[in-house]
Design a protein around this ligand. Structure first.
Ligand code: HEM
Length: 130
């Protein structure tokens, strides 16, 4: 096969697939669990949040579409509307996710792509002016 013709690798594949995202999201929610600002926004039992967030990220980065099969169209801004998200909440959320990404074992290029996405997407979730 001509190497020039090889199919592009998705970020999902580049980081190692489902296992990577399960571990990233579990690390992230471990940080949320001890955050006095963010913890009250989430349900007492975090297991569904962990599962949905991991499935969403797998789908977003080119993996299987299980998230939408189970949850429908992501519509993330709408799903976050019930929670008051100001700059403070956004920054706390992003800092935990950035720490989880930086501590993970993905290649640097993949980490940079995820950090850029989380930075922009977290800002888009702001729905409250402080
Ligand atoms: C990059 C930005 C973000 C992404 C990709 C993201 C992703 C998600 C996903 C996929 C869910 C589950 C939706 C579902 O039920 O199917 C969720 C829930 C939630 N997110 Fe975010 N989120 C982001 C930013 C934020 C921010 C900034 C906050 C602020 C505190 C936040 C707070 C929450 C809360 C409280 C829930 C509800 C948990 C639940 O009911 O399970 N998220 N998020």
């Amino acid at each position: 096969m001509d190497p020039q013709q090889s199919s592009p690798v998705t970020l999902y594949e580049a980081v190692g697939g489902a296992t990577y995202f399960e571990s990233l999201v579990s690390d992230f929610y471990g940080r949320v669990e001890t955050d006095a600002l963010l913890r009250p926004l989430y349900p007492d039992d975090l297991r569904a949040s962990v599962a949905h967030t991991a499935l969403f990220l797998m789908q977003y980065w080119g993996g299987p579409g299980t998230y939408s099969e189970r949850r429908g169209h992501p519509r993330l801004r709408m799903r976050h509307a019930p929670f008051v998200i100001g700059v403070t909440e956004r920054d706390a959320w992003f800092n935990h996710m950035a720490a989880a990404v930086n501590d993970s074992d993905a290649i640097d290029e993949a980490k940079a792509m995820m950090l850029q996405y989380f930075d922009q997407a977290a800002t888009a979730m702001i729905n409250h002016v402080e």
